[in-house]
Design a binder for this molecule. Structure first.
Ligand code: PEP
Ligand code: CO
Length: 478
């Protein structure tokens, strides 16, 4: 094994390279793969990584990293390549990306019902978008790995008591007491298993016949009746009718039995992402096999930081979040770093500017990126620029602001002749009360009724469907 950094190489990563003979696909491991993996490992000790927990027990961490490195990949390199190709089609307007799921998954909420209802919600939204705008929808869950959170403050104070901030179930526990908030590396292993179980169910639901478009009605079952549901029911009837017509014409529905569904999360905790990075036997390239698509968040996208370095070394399709203060030159340098070969589908900018800012902040960035000759996929995250505290003390978002940011996103791209490639939303299939507004008119005093998120507020099932109907209209006019 090559060690460029001798003893400093921290025991945590040093031996691990030897154990990394598992490839992301079957076949023989090409020679150059191990070099790339060694370089990735070396970078781990040389670069600053923001938002990492201070693990109190580094020996335990080393063991956990060894364990993760010995586990099978959660996704295959070939699947990641398919998603890259799909993202490339979204970049040129031939498809639309729908990314959605919890802000923070939790171990306790990784239940069959929750996972099923989130998948159903995404499938329903995709049906609304596909039918409403006649465009293929690329379905990506913010799930099976979304267990780590960046925090704006390292501590949290409640009623005079200050404790380390909750950093996601992959790090510590949400409960507000001292022992719960101590980072525990065993949680990285639990996150792997929870992600594995989640993905298993996702694959069963999406390839086992449940996601067949002929079940478009069934996806609406079990949800509380409301106006968005009813509107969906009407659309489902239309789809049904079209399907029966096609069947009568002798169309082959085999292709409809299964649905492509990809998993995405923020590549935040490098002690989780690095050991799951494997060599693809076909090409010798590295893939982070913890998910198909991984993104770098607004707080960790420093050009010389460990996160950008990490994603520049892996071959998955990559997202980078861009907030309203994103510097144009930095954005161009990000492209050079993450997508030096200008591969369509490789790089997605997920803009999260805020409803009041997007029309001012986004055009210059899109303009300069376009002028640079790069083909990136533009996705709108209308959630993270629109968070505020309600009068009742809850972290919330207003449905109107969310819609307004998406509207601004479409307008900006329309005026520049560029492509609005998708949306990225925090949602749940449950009937929670976390975001204000929507047809149900959730108000401040409703938030306490069913506020379950351990991090950011999510659209509930009805609000998610409503958003899909509105976006379908915007998309069909784009
Ligand atoms: C998130 O997606 O939950 C998040 C923290 O986003 P951002 O990095 O854009 O703030
Ligand atoms: Co969030």
């Amino acid at each position: 094994m090559r060690t460029r950094h001798g003893a400093r190489a921290c025991a945590v990563y040093a031996d691990r390279v030897n154990t990394r003979t598992v490839t992301a696909d079957v076949g023989l491991e090409p020679a150059n793969g191990s070099e790339a993996l060694a370089a990735l490992t070396a970078a781990a000790t040389e670069l600053e990584a923001g938002q990492q927990p201070s693990w109190p027990d580094t020996a335990a961490l080393s063991e956990v990293i060894e364990t993760l490195a010995s586990y099978p990949p959660l996704v295959f390199a070939g699947e990641c390549d398919i998603l890259t190709a799909r993202m490339a089609s979204a970049a040129v307007g031939e498809a639309f990306v729908l990314q959605g799921g919890d802000c923070a998954e939790t171990f306790a909420s990784a239940t069959a019902d929750n996972i099923r209802d989130r998948i159903k919600t995404i499938l329903q939204m995709a049906a609304v978008l596909t039918y409403g705008a006649s465009v293929p929808v690329i379905k990506v869950g913010r799930m099976a790995g979304q267990y780590a959170k960046p925090r704006s403050s390292g501590v949290e104070t409640r009623e005079g008591v200050t404790l380390p901030a909750y950093r996601g179930d992959m790090v510590n526990d949400f409960a507000f007491h001292e022992t719960a908030r101590v980072p525990d590396p065993q949680r990285l292993v639990r996150a792997y298993h929870a992600s594995s179980a989640t993905l298993n169910l996702v694959r069963a639901f999406t390839t086992g016949g449940f996601a067949d478009l002929r079940h478009v009605h069934d996806w609406n079952r079990g949800f509380v009746a409301n106006s968005a549901n009813q509107r969906y029911e009407k659309l489902a009837k239309d789809i049904d009718k079209a399907m029966r017509f096609m069947a009568a014409c002798g169309a082959d529905f085999d292709a409809m039995r299964t649905v492509e569904f990809f998993a995405a999360h923020e590549a935040l905790l490098l002690d989780y992402e690095r050991p799951l990075t494997r060599i693809d036997s076909r090409s010798g390239r590295l893939y982070d096999t913890s998910g198909h698509f991984v993104w770098v968040g607004e707080r960790t996208r420093q050009l010389d930081g460990a996160h950008v370095d990490f994603v520049s070394r892996i071959s998955n399709p990559i997202g980078v979040k861009l907030g309203p203060k994103a510097d144009i030159d930095e954005v161009l340098r990000l492209i050079d770093k993450v997508d030096p070969n200008r591969t369509p589908g490789r790089l997605t900018f997920i803009t999260r500017m805020g409803a009041g800012t997007i029309r001012d902040a986004l055009p210059a960035i899109v303009d300069k990126v376009t002028a640079s000759g790069a083909t990136v996929t533009w996705i709108c995250d209308p959630m993270h620029g629109n968070t505020f505290e309600s009068s009742t003390g809850y972290k919330t978002r207003d449905f109107e602001d969310i819609v307004e940011e998406v509207r601004g996103f479409f307008e900006v791209h329309q005026s520049l002749g560029t492509v609005p490639g998708g949306i990225h939303v925090e949602l749940t299939g449950n009937d929670v009360t976390e975001c204000l507004g929507g047809a149900e008119k959730i108000i401040d005093s409703d938030l306490e009724k069913r506020y379950e998120s351990v991090c950011d507020p999510r659209l509930n099932h009805q609000q998610s469907l409503e958003l899909a109907f509105l976006v379908a209209e915007m998309l069909s006019q784009a």
